[in-house]
Design a protein around this ligand. Structure first.
Ligand code: GLN
Length: 224
């Protein structure tokens, strides 16, 4: 089983643990530096990025996290997690740091106070065809029902960044809300709140693939 950690200093940790467990991963909380070393992949949940940043530094997690990201650890960031993975924040607090890794600039609370939270169906560019098909691990097809809660958007993305989803309608139409760059993946929205597990399944698939590469296997992984 792939062992996938959920950074558990702040935010909606439990929902991610449940989603990962439902997909057959061994899901564990990560709070200490040594726990960072023991996972095959990591989820950084939604929450409040300024608080998460402070706690990550206070718990001496910053150095091991930045190092493992640089070494190629698969990491999925949702909402505040996306902010933590961004190389740049458009309007961060002066002392706010991110872990970085994704060549993107994010804007925090980008959708504005009047639309604190909203939901929208999004077209999603799946990386793993097995995930999006009816025979995939979740049996779901069609658009992703995305839940946004004081969400960031991606203001600018470098050439190595794949855009996976954009807002489809409304005043923010066209804004980038899901990206991937190598083993790093991030969404502005919260897939852990609904019953659709495809986003997590995509991430588990990235983790599996990375583990196989690491163990020197040459063949592509078997799909369930
Ligand atoms: N607005 C929060 C931040 O800036 C993110 C909100 C969320 O994760 N739901 O960190």
């Amino acid at each position: 089983l792939p062992r996938i950690g959920v950074l558990a200093v702040q935010g909606d940790v439990r929902e991610h643990l449940a989603a990962l467990t439902a997909l057959g991963a061994e899901a564990v909380t990560v709070r200490r530096p040594d726990e960072v070393e023991q996972v095959d992949g990591l989820v950084i949940p939604g929450g409040e990025s300024t608080v998460m940043d402070k706690l990550v530094r206070a718990f001496d997690l910053r150095e091991p996290l930045v190092r493992r990201i640089a070494e190629g650890l698969p990491v999925y960031g949702s909402c505040a997690g996306m902010i933590m993975l961004a190389d740049r924040i458009a309007d961060g607090r002066p002392d706010q740091q991110t872990l970085g890794g994704l060549d993107i600039t994010v804007r925090r609370n980008a959708f504005g106070r009047q639309v604190d939270s909203f939901e929208q169906d999004l077209d999603y560019a799946w990386s793993d065809p097995a995930v999006s098909g009816t025979t995939g691990p979740t049996g779901r097809t069609g658009p992703v029902h995305a839940v946004f809660i004081r969400a960031p958007w991606v203001e600018q993305a470098g050439p190595a960044v794949q855009v996976l989803a954009r807002v489809g309608e409304g005043p923010a139409a066209g804004k980038i809300v899901a990206v991937r760059q190598g083993n790093l993946m991030a969404t502005s929205f919260h897939p852990e709140v609904g019953a659709d597990r495809r986003i997590h399944a995509e991430f588990v698939s990235i983790v599996r693939e990375h583990r196989l590469q690491q163990s020197g296997a040459r063949q592509s992984p078997e799909r369930e």
